[in-house]
Design a protein around this ligand. Sequence first.
Ligand code: ADP
Ligand code: ZN
Length: 606
Amino acid sequence: MSDPRALGVLQRVFGYESFRGEQQAIVEHVIGGGDALVLMPTGGGKSLCYQVPALVREGTGIVVSPLIALMQDQVDALTELGVRAAFLNSTQDWQQVREVEQAFVAGELDLLYVAPERLLTDRCLQLLERGRIALFAIDEAHCVSQWGHDFRPEYLGLSMLHERWPDVPRIALTATATADTRSEIAQRLSLDQARHFVASFDRPNIRYRIIEKNEVRRQLLEMIRNEHEGDSGVVYCLSRARVEDTANFLCEQGIHALPYHAGLSAQVRAENQSRFLREDGVVMVATIAFGMGIDKPDVRFVAHIDLPKSVEGYYQETGRAGRDGLPATAWLAYGLQDVVQQRRMIDESPGDDGYRRRLGQQLDAMLALCETVECRRVRLLAYFGQNITACGNCDVCLEPPETWDGTVAAQKVLSAVYRLGKERGQRYGAGHIIDILRGKSSERTRQHDHESLSVFGIGADLSESAWRGVLRQLLAKGLLMVDHDGYGTLALTEASRNVLRGETQLMLRREPEKKARSRGGVRTKAPVIDLPADRMPVFEALRAWRAEVARGNGVPAYVIFHDATLREIALAEPQSLQDLGHISGVGARKLEAYGKEILRCVSRPG
Ligand code: ADP
Ligand code: ZN
């Protein structure tokens, strides 16, 4: 029972042939006045789920979004499509605000973007009373979740929309939600009547890779040079200092990198973000403050050089790669120090025990993903309650790691920790334990007479990096813990005993040795846009034309057309406006505005 109006809007306005996945069901449900909670991965096509109903239903669709910095781009993109869109936020002067308000009251807007804190003001609520509302779309709905990584207190106030406008359908959307977060969203936004639409969270074009960290800046540089030279990418770090440091390093190495973190002025942040969106091949080095809602379709890689705090956050961040569906990379480097540091941060974090326990569980899930010998994607999707078979496009599938019986090695570590733990008031971190196991003499081993311990030198058979791997996995499995002393001292856990007594066999993941480690880099870069050689000049001509138009209009290039659309045009060689209109991504307004110039590019690319 499909609604012909919805398909008509999709084809005429957006230039797309058909709906994807659940889009049609969602769109029809909302057009019919129903509430919806939509879970789709980044790049899944959430925007159309509220944009199409807003165009079909009478009145204006009100979009609640925390992303003030992106509203201009979102409105520009809609305007390019011929949709009447505007926003209200703190960047506007009163004159601009008044114009938007008048347009809304006069029924001249299809979509109106509003920040949540703005929406909840009396002025805004009174304004909304004076116009006609087609629907409320609550974007980035996970911001209402207090346990999540993007909590925004203003979101808690949004449940009032339902009380004030009980007949207006509401659609909440997010790209990140475990079952827990999902019910939390439904409850806090009073969406108990809402139908839930949960799309597959798989993003098959993203290649997942998690490697052992040693010299992380060099490893990062190698990955970029070997696989993503000249591509747009994001590098996530945990601290501001690390952002600055890494951005400088990449710049010194000739990579066009920019920093982004909350310590920079709003102006610098806006400028760097705008360059990332508008210029080709910019690498953004950022804290997680960067990226939510960035809909740049051609981000080719997302790298994490510090261990993310949760699988949920990690999946959301990596999802920013490859929204255009073309091949992309998610790359994470992590090591023993990450585990120690994060456990310590959790211990020192404010909040009650329940809160810390929750952080600990999130970290455990992240560690289990890192140490898994199973397909990464199977693990990732299982976290969101979805089952798939091994993906063939992650490091584990492509180069299955070996496992080995690490029971004896683990016993050696645990007895060393046990021995040292008996020395009152002394604090020994992972490095010292490894020195003792390997029988490496140091000032500390001599000073504390640790060379006479029975465990001294019992682990000379394994390399230092292998021992780090063992310690890391013991920490990840909860067989060792970081003591609460703030120094990273290692201690035994309840579960350690079974291993010490030889009651459990422990299978560990073998860390690839140096040679193997760089193997991923040998892979030559696959072209993202594959076109026959004779079609390339047309594609290049179209890109050059697009760059000029985008500059002229002051918008990012992808707002004009995506690479995938240009590629299709170059392949199809349309000879008439009618042919051109059949290409995916070419809607009525763009056909009218750009059709002739495109046909000219196609016929005379030189
Ligand atoms: P999300 O908000 O879920 O991350 P978007 O709404 O930005 O995803 O959509 C991702 C990309 O997919 C966009 O470039 C969009 O134009 C494209 N897209 C979405 N739906 C369709 C469709 N039905 N047909 C073709 N392309 C689509
Ligand atoms: Zn896999």
